[in-house]
Design a protein around this ligand. Sequence first.
Ligand code: ZN
Length: 165
Amino acid sequence: MPVLLKGSCRCGAVRFEVESHTPVPFMLCYCSICRKQQGGGGFAINLGADYETMNIRGKRSLGVYRAEIEDDEHPHCEVSTGERNFCRKCGAALWLYDPTWPDLVHPFASAIDSDLPKPPEKVHLMLKYKANWVEPVIGKKDKVFDVYPEESIADWHKRTGMWVE
Ligand SMILES: [Zn+2]
């Protein structure tokens, strides 16, 4: 059985539930969008979940942010296809949905209220774009990437035995 992730914003205007086979908060993204939108420690943690199982209460309070990206990887300014959902009342960042991969949704670990499994190892990505004051805490088994990692969230869970059937 997949894990039922229960999440909410800080003020409670938005609550959601979604089933996940990949609930381990192992993926730390240091890009400027993640850091500025909800990564006070310099990074955000994205989980993977099954979009078709998602239930949302308080949709009226949702705002959607689509970031404009212009950097080495995107030399011409592009509007991200990723839809970053947040609460318009309290500003909490909640999840990322990208219609390019319509089966998936990526809740931010920070928005989840249920307990999550502890990661046996972590992935640090987009370190090329981290702020200069951020000192990543890299564990012995952790993997680090200037930009994107080789492994998907699903593949990581399968390799580490953390995939939830
Ligand atoms: Zn709120």
